[in-house]
Write a protein that binds this ligand. Structure first.
Ligand code: FES
Length: 170
């Protein structure tokens, strides 16, 4: 009777040992799987998603020296800058006009017409930025002078550092 009881206790102890070993191995393999998934998954997630949240354009783009801008006449600057579009990098070209009356205060305008985006050009004879697409026109301060444009030319943020003009592109 006593032998039967001891044998039953040994078997149940052995069964408990096997169960806890199995449980431990289950936890360990689960933990190891998690570590491997993270080690492989994080770089993959960064590859597919990370660049989509990368900064779209450089903060400031150099335009040129302030003395390159004549007083009282809009000066065209053509820019090319690297732009992140998702995980693709594109070279974008853009044109802006800089206007100053005194060489101290500047206004920088996008050359895209605010009607449908055609490029405007400065016309000395009319003293207007003219849009060839629908005969739109903007005065030197960017205000709508004629045509269908719903708002003035877009002003771009800019700064002057060490006699150099920089613009922040939208
Ligand atoms: S796009 Fe300039 S007036 Fe229409």
């Amino acid at each position: 009777m006593e032998d039967t009881t001891r044998q039953a206790e040994d078997e149940s102890g052995e069964a408990a040992g096997v169960t806890s070993r199995r449980r431990f191995l289950g936890y360990a393999s689960g933990l190891l799987s998690g570590v491997i998934a993270a080690a492989l998954g994080l770089p993959l997630a960064r590859f597919f998603v990370g660049d989509a949240f990368a900064k779209k354009t450089p903060d400031w783009v150099r335009l040129g020296l302030v003395r390159e801008v004549p007083l009282g006449r809009p000066q065209l600057f053509r820019l090319s800058h690297r732009d992140n579009d998702g995980w693709r990098q594109l070279m974008r070209r853009q044109a802006v006009y800089v206007v100053t009356d005194d060489g101290v205060d500047f206004a920088v305008f996008s050359s895209a017409c605010t009607h449908l985006g055609c490029p405007v050009h400065w016309d000395d004879a009319e003293q207007l930025f003219l849009c060839p697409c629908h005969n739109g026109g903007f005065s030197q301060d960017g205000a709508v002078a004629k045509g269908p444009a719903p708002r003035p030319l877009d002003r771009l943020e800019h700064k002057v550092e060490a006699d150099t003009l920089y613009v922040r592109l939208a």
